[in-house]
Design a protein around this ligand. Structure first.
Ligand code: NAD
Ligand code: DAU
Length: 357
């Protein structure tokens, strides 16, 4: 049994699907179901007894402790977070609450649980030596790169720039400290930008796909030359599983696909796939909807991941390139109109209103 948090969201739900396609070991999934948590992402698992869903908050000490003592997981994987940079700029409070306090609470509950386990293998399934706490984090903790800088290595200093990045950096530091001080067997992963199925359409790629199809502007912040290092979400999930299996305790692993692209090129690629797969009825090109707007405050210019550590130590490599992954992603949004309809109501519209007026 493993306990995962935040797995009704984008990456977490992909993780649950990836895990259950390759393992019989069950998953307990603790998720608060914020605006970003969506049980439709897990609908195909409704009758699968290996997936146990619990709605709740990682800040709830009583609930987390009860889940640990009743399910006795051999690992806890923390995906739960407030994840959107723009939201963190508009209102950082929830980011501190979930990302910092929530991680602190999880660590304390897990430490108490872990200290009750037998030290070594004593015939029990779970013991202190084999237990793992895996914390899912981001490359944004490293700050921003100049055009000539080498990609982020695990040894780069932390220089978070947005409230979101600062909250994730704080959580990484807590995880590190719980290992050094209490000996908790932790692993941390720092990944670059993900894309793929079940991505909530506040983030660039799904926002652009859906705005294009709805004849709306495709908003490009600033000059559109900011660079992100894109990774197909299932490659990220496979990397996390690999780190859980074989990562060295106390280590951090950067995860990325060596795939730097300027935002404007990402958007133009999406437009050209849509021109082929679902041409506009008026004969125009989707790229005509591109609209340059005011930049994000404190916008990081470039992220890029040096993934050599996870590649050489753990033998992980991405299976998708951006060319194959972005086509699959556009096709997924075209093939899943019901999912899209479900997430593009209520809360989503309010957000768009606040963000873009
Ligand atoms: P998401 O916003 O899509 O999902 C977050 C999930 O966490 C949601 O299901 C939400 O309901 C849940 N949640 C939020 N607060 C909670 C709380 N207090 N208790 C329990 N559940 C709570 O996020 P995502 O994009 O899937 O990101 C998952 C993790 O991966 C995050 O930790 C994020 O920082 C990290 N990450 C994301 C990316 C990316 O490109 N999306 C890249 C690197 C790392
Ligand atoms: O690098 C990893 C991070 O990637 C994760 O930790 C975050 O959880 C995840 O949200 C993502 O952060 P970004 O800020 O990079 O993602 P976002 O999709 O919001 O933006 C991607 C780029 O596109 C960024 O440079 C801002 C720009 N952008 C974004 C939106 C929503 C636009 O130009 N227009 C937009 O409308």
């Amino acid at each position: 049994m493993i306990l995962v948090t935040g797995c009704a969201g984008f990456i977490g739900s992909n993780f649950v699907h990836t895990w259950l396609s390759n393992h019989d070991e069950p998953i307990v999934n603790l998720d608060k179901l914020t605006y970003a948590g969506n049980l439709a992402n897990l609908a195909s698992l409704a009758d699968d007894k290996r997936h146990i869903f619990v709605q709740g908050d990682i800040c709830d000490q009583k609930l987390v402790s009860e889940l640990l003592s009743s399910y006795k997981p051999r690992a806890v994987l923390n995906f739960a977070a407030e994840s959107h940079v723009d939201r963190s700029i508009l209102g950082p409070g929830e980011f501190i609450q979930t990302n910092v306090i929530g991680t602190f609470n999880l660590l304390e509950c897990v430490r108490a649980y872990w200290s009750t386990l037998p030290a070594e293998d004593s015939g029990e399934d779970v013991n202190q030596a084999s237990f793992r706490f895996l914390h899912v984090s981001t490359d944004e903790v490293y700050g921003t790169l100049g055009p000539q800088d080498p990609p982020f290595a695990e040894t780069n200093p932390y220089e978070p720039n947005s409230p979101y990045a600062a909250s994730k950096a704080s959580s990484d530091h807590l995880v590190r400290a719980w290992h050094h001080t209490y000996g908790l067997p932790v692993l941390t992963t720092n990944c670059s930008n993900n894309y793929g199925p079940y991505h909530f359409p506040e983030k660039l790629i799904p926002l652009v796909i859906l705005n294009a199809l709805n004849d709306k502007p495709l908003p490009i912040y600033g000059d559109g030359q900011q660079i992100r290092d894109w990774l197909f979400v299932q490659d990220h999930c496979r990397a996390i599983i690999r780190v859980l299996e074989a990562g060295r305790i106390g280590e951090t692993y950067n995860i990325g696909g060596w795939n730097e692209m300027a935002n404007i090129d990402v958007v133009k690629t999406i437009c050209s796939h849509l021109d082929t797969l679902r041409p506009r009825t008026d004969g125009k090109k989707y790229a005509e909807q591109i609209t340059y707007i005011k930049d994000r405050p404190g916008h990081d210019r470039r992220y890029a991941i040096d993934a050599r550590k996870i590649e050489s130590e753990l033998g992980w490599k991405p299976q998708e390139t951006f060319i194959t992954g972005i086509k699959k992603t556009v096709e997924w949004y075209l093939d899943n109109p019901e999912w899209v309809e479900g997430v593009t109501s209520g809360e989503y519209r309010q957000w768009l209103g606040k963000q873009y007026g």
